[in-house]
Design a protein around this ligand. Structure first.
Ligand SMILES: *Cc1c(COP(=O)(O)O)cnc(C)c1O
Length: 428
């Protein structure tokens, strides 16, 4: 057998590859040579094949080489560790176009200053006609922070014990709210909270009633919660954190709250994430009563929570463009996915790989709709592929079930099927 280290391509040969001509012009010979060295080292370590040196050089040169594009084959639509929603093509183009100088706060007709992000705000207002006013901040956590700062400074936020949610990574909504100096007034129990519980807690110190969607867990059995229309009758502002960012009801997710319904039910403000089921950039959407939204906008901390031009561009394109990848993936049927899984499995089996198709279940993820299982189809491979595919030149992230590596095609864009096939074949 030939020692693979002896197959490491020579530096001059790699530098002469036509694919590197642009990089040489942009970065200069020294920088590209250093990147070639990194790639050669990976061949010696056996982590890439000799014919991958050129690609690995380009990867090593990329300014964001530590933030690598991956293919999500986990079947989890909104995967926080993989950056939640993948932006639509329209949103990606908008981000690139807004990356230079742009009229984000400038009126080209008059030459005067204009309202920042008016395009995105108008698109959000149009998407939620029930809202008198809208605002956008850095994320949903920031939206809640702003609500607490404006509506309950030194006062109480009334919240059910069944809705004291940990979002993830140790961050808890009650602690976030308390960090503003507001006091939490917990009512009810873990499984049951009644209207009387809320009413008994109201007083001169009440800032607002908060309803938080349990977006990443379920409480079943002997349970009771108070719907928003009843809370709205209490005479204090009701803020609803719906989590996922559905702006209207979705027929496949009947239990997932949406902004329009919550406003019609009497919520004063609704907050949501931009990068969950809405399928856009990380952002916090705030929609609701005009006077309250205006106060939020004017709060001094609002400046620290504002979004940049790239987010505004992506959000506007998400709201006005064609169906986004997250929603497309949600709406695929198992019958649509099966032929893709079969085609891929056959292509791999034809090359001698132990690949087959298997039925599986996809999930919406931490972004919402806990408990919802979407029937799907996966390509099944021997278990060691799970770890190996994460190390491929284009990493593919699947999961292990019953000793097999599964690649759920629901969250793989159809255009990525060829790259998945390539990644598996590259490991032979
Ligand atoms: C995800 C989530 C949050 C946090 O949203 P970010 O946009 O990540 O800040 C808050 N509340 C609920 C109910 C959520 O599901």
């Amino acid at each position: 057998m030939v020692d693979p280290r002896r197959l490491v391509p020579r530096t001059d040969t790699v530098l002469g590859a036509p694919e590197l001509a642009d990089a040489l012009a942009a970065y200069g010979r020294e920088a590209v040579k250093a990147a070639v060295g990194v790639a050669q080292e990976r061949v010696r370590a056996g982590s890439i094949a000799p014919n991958e040196v050129v690609n690995a050089t380009l990867t090593a040169l990329s300014p964001a080489a530590t933030l690598r594009p991956v293919i999500n084959a986990t079947g989890v639509l909104v995967h926080t560790n993989l950056g939640r929603a993948a932006l639509s093509e329209a949103a990606r183009v908008a981000v690139v176009e807004a990356a230079g100088s742009t009229d984000v706060e400038f009126d080209l007709a008059t030459g005067a200053r204009a309202r920042r992000g008016r395009g995105a705000l108008a698109a959000l207002a149009a998407a939620v006609p029930d809202a008198e006013a809208v605002h956008v901040v850095n994320n949903n956590a920031a939206a809640l922070l702003l609500c607490a700062l404006v509506l309950a400074p030194g006062r109480e936020i009334v919240l059910s014990r069944g809705e004291l949610v940990e979002i993830g990574d140790g961050f808890r909504i009650p602690e976030l709210l308390a960090s503003t100096g507001a006091r939490l007034r917990e009512v009810g129990t873990t499984n049951r909270t009644s209207l009387a519980d809320y009413r008994g807690a109201l007083g001169p110190d009440t800032g607002f009633v908060l309803k938080v969607h349990p977006s990443n867990f379920q409480v079943t059995g002997f349970t009771a919660t108070v719907p928003v229309p009843e809370l709205a009758g209490l005479g204090v502002p009701v803020v609803v954190d719906i989590g996922s960012g559905l702006l209207r009801p979705h027929p496949l997710l009947p239990d997932e709250p949406d902004a329009s319904t919550m406003l019609r039910d009497g919520a004063a403000l609704v907050t949501a994430s931009g990068d969950k089921l809405l399928g856009g950039p990380q952002a916090g959407l705030i929609v609701g009563q005009k006077d309250l939204v205006e106060k939020l906008r004017r709060q001094p901390s609002a400046r620290a929570l504002r979004v940049d031009k790239l987010t505004l561009a992506a959000l506007e394109a998400t709201l006005t463009g064609p169906t986004v990848p997250v929603v497309r993936a949600l709406e695929l049927t198992a019958d649509e996915l099966r032929p893709r899984a079969e085609r891929l499995a056959k292509a791999l089996a034809d090359k001698g790989i132990d690949a087959s198709v298997v039925a599986c279940a996809s999930a919406v993820g931490g972004g919402g709709a806990p408990g919802v299982e979407l029937p799907s189809w996966a390509v099944s491979l021997p278990e060691p592929y799970a770890a190996a595919l994460r190390q491929a030149t284009t990493p593919v992230v699947g999961y292990v079930r019953h000793g097999r590596c599964l690649l759920d095609l629901r969250t793989v864009e159809p255009a990525e099927d060829a790259a998945v096939e390539q990644a598996v074949l590259s490991l032979r």
